[in-house]
Design a binder for this molecule. Sequence first.
Ligand code: SF4
Length: 255
Amino acid sequence: MTAPDPGTLDVTLVDGYVDEPAHFGVPPYISTYPRFTAGALVDAGVPAERITYHTIDELRDERNKWRDVADADLMIYLGGMTVPGKYVGGTPAEPDEVREIAWAAEGTSLMGGPIKFGVGEENAGATETERSDLDFEFVAKGDVEAAAHDLIINGLEGFGDRMRDVEEVTQWAREGAFVVEQHPNHPEYLICELETSRGCAYRCSFCTEPLYGNPSFRPPPSVVSEVDALADRGARHFRLGRQADILAYGGDGEA
Ligand code: SF4
């Protein structure tokens, strides 16, 4: 079988929302996952106009949008609540809804985001060390944006789990900025979560941030170029939230 031409693929991203110790993604926030994943898809050759983004709340309210889940050649679910709280701007996806999304997808399905760390049935946080695949064909155990990129390059046949590098995140963040225009809160009621680093030098037992390893920092020009791209797409509100500690930027964790 010949590999599908990335230029002909329709991809749907479903945002079930994330909430991590150092990463907000429940509206009015939009996490980095859908933006970076959209950019990775574009880098792999999928035209931006063939990438559709829906939030779980849109799917609840507008049943016709499930057509985009069913018809996509590749459907990517992004989610995971490792520190669930109470939310007023949106309701995170429940495990049964995530399964329904997997069942509805007639094309290839991929799940990623902090959901890889595992969630209990009631979304109570990272209480299990093994996450369930919730009936998805593929689960990204590394970075979902790298998985999406490599899956397209490999003709939807598979990918090796890996983390993305600084060069990739710089490019993907810029190229995926367009996806914010598809968020129902865009532009006035949307806050773009910005990543300056991830990982942590400490190992607090209740926290999932160390699962990203020791801190890896994103160079300031990488962040600035993403803000430029997001602003060009109408984004007005930003939060420097995707890092363990902004005051420790560039440090080694030593006091
Ligand atoms: S110091 Fe690091 S491990 Fe501890 S709570 Fe903060 S981010 Fe998590």
